[in-house]
Design a protein around this ligand. Structure first.
Ligand code: SF4
Length: 351
């Protein structure tokens, strides 16, 4: 039987991961949110940090959003942290700290999609909902030679139907872990060792020689470029100071701090760069800096956006005559305690 075979394989070959030693839904939820769009190696240290800093859902709910964003710093996709915090508050304050225990109730939590709900429902509550991540799509597409492009809700429904026939109803959690590990470790995107695979007899893609054709990827999304000019504005009198501003609502970096930003539709030519940015700065600060120099240019890739960020360093003798309302002057040492975007963190680390 498929489930016995894959669970036996998992018992011998499965990965040891800290969130697999628990059936605490709060820890499982934390691990699943952290691991969305994050490699396991990187996710592990964040998981350990969150469990230590917020040992229960009430600890997470009682923390400020700024504190949670700071703990999340470096993981990217910050909406995950904001949703995690909002859902923790909902569980702690509206549900008396009781983690929801049905698939539908778990799915209704902010930031939880079908994959995450199935993972929590099966790992923590033993409910028979199959998980479908990229590794599972690949394995099932190959085993059954399915050509439906993956990653759409239509594909999810189709693969879920197949998996509902395969899932071990007595051991859904271990079945789900097994199928994800098998897809990741054995049925790899390229160069998988099919001759030594436990499913080589029944795998239709192997039989027909189309293993690397599958799964079919959805049409790739056009990536748009955005051009950011960040001003690193500082002065040293009476003490070393830097200017920051906080990202507003409705933004992927909402709540994070960054350097004052000037965004344009098209990149500014090198020959007029300092002149144009100098004018922007004079409008913002009411005067010209003593020094304005071009700093590093960093590229930051997101799923649908590539950000080209040019940094410019502006040095004033002391606090300028004015600042925009959203700007905040901080002592340099204070910056370390605030949540900042990965792009700004990279820039500051490069200095
Ligand atoms: S035979 Fe190859 S393609 Fe088929 S399940 Fe095994 S590793 Fe994947």
């Amino acid at each position: 039987m498929f489930s016995d075979k894959i669970i036996n394989w998992y018992t011998e070959n499965g990965r040891q991961l800290p969130w697999r030693d628990t059936d605490n839904p709060y820890y499982i939820w934390l691990s699943e949110i952290i691991l969305q769009q994050t490699r396991i190696e990187q996710g592990r240290s964040y998981y350990e940090r969150f469990v230590k800093e917020y040992p229960t859902v009430s600890h997470l709910a009682e923390a400020s959003e700024e504190q949670v964003l700071k703990s999340w710093q470096g993981l990217g996709y910050y909406s995950r942290a904001r949703n995690l915090h909002a859902a923790a508050r909902h569980i702690a304050f509206d549900l008396d700290g009781m983690f929801p225990s049905t698939y539908e109730d778990i799915l209704s939590l902010k930031g939880v999609g079908r994959y995450t709900a199935a993972a929590i429902a099966s790992f923590a509550f033993g409910l028979p909902y199959p998980v479908i991540d990229g590794n599972v799509y690949r394995l099932i597409a190959r085993l059954y030679r399915i050509y439906t492009p993956v990653g759409t809700s239509q594909a999810y429904n189709k693969f879920e139907q197949v998996l509902m026939q395969l899932i071990d109803r007595e051991r859904p959690g271990i079945f789900n872990q097994a199928i994800m590990d098998f897809g990741s470790m054995q049925c790899k995107p390229l160069g998988c060792d099919c001759t030594n695979c436990i499913f080589r007899q029944e795998c239709l893609a192997y039989r027909d020689g189309v293993v690397e054709e599958l799964p079919i990827r959805p049409q790739s999304v056009k990536v748009k470029e955005r051009y950011f000019y960040y001003f690193d504005i500082r002065w040293n009198v009476p003490r070393p100071t830097i200017v920051v501003q906080q990202r507003g609502e409705g933004d992927i970096w909402q709540g994070l701090y960054e350097l004052p930003l000037y965004e344009v539709e098209r990149p500014i030519g090198d020959s007029v760069l300092l002149e144009r940015l100098g004018e922007v700065l004079r409008t913002w600060m009411g005067e010209a800096p003593r020094n304005l120099t071009v700093g590093p240019c960093l590229t930051h890739k997101l799923t649908h956006r590539t950000i080209k960020a040019q940094f410019v360093q502006a040095f004033f003798d002391c606090k300028p005559t004015k600042m925009l309302e959203k700007m905040r002057a901080l002592e340099l040492s204070e910056l370390k305690s605030l949540p900042i975007s990965r792009l700004i963190d990279r820039y500051l680390s490069e200095l």
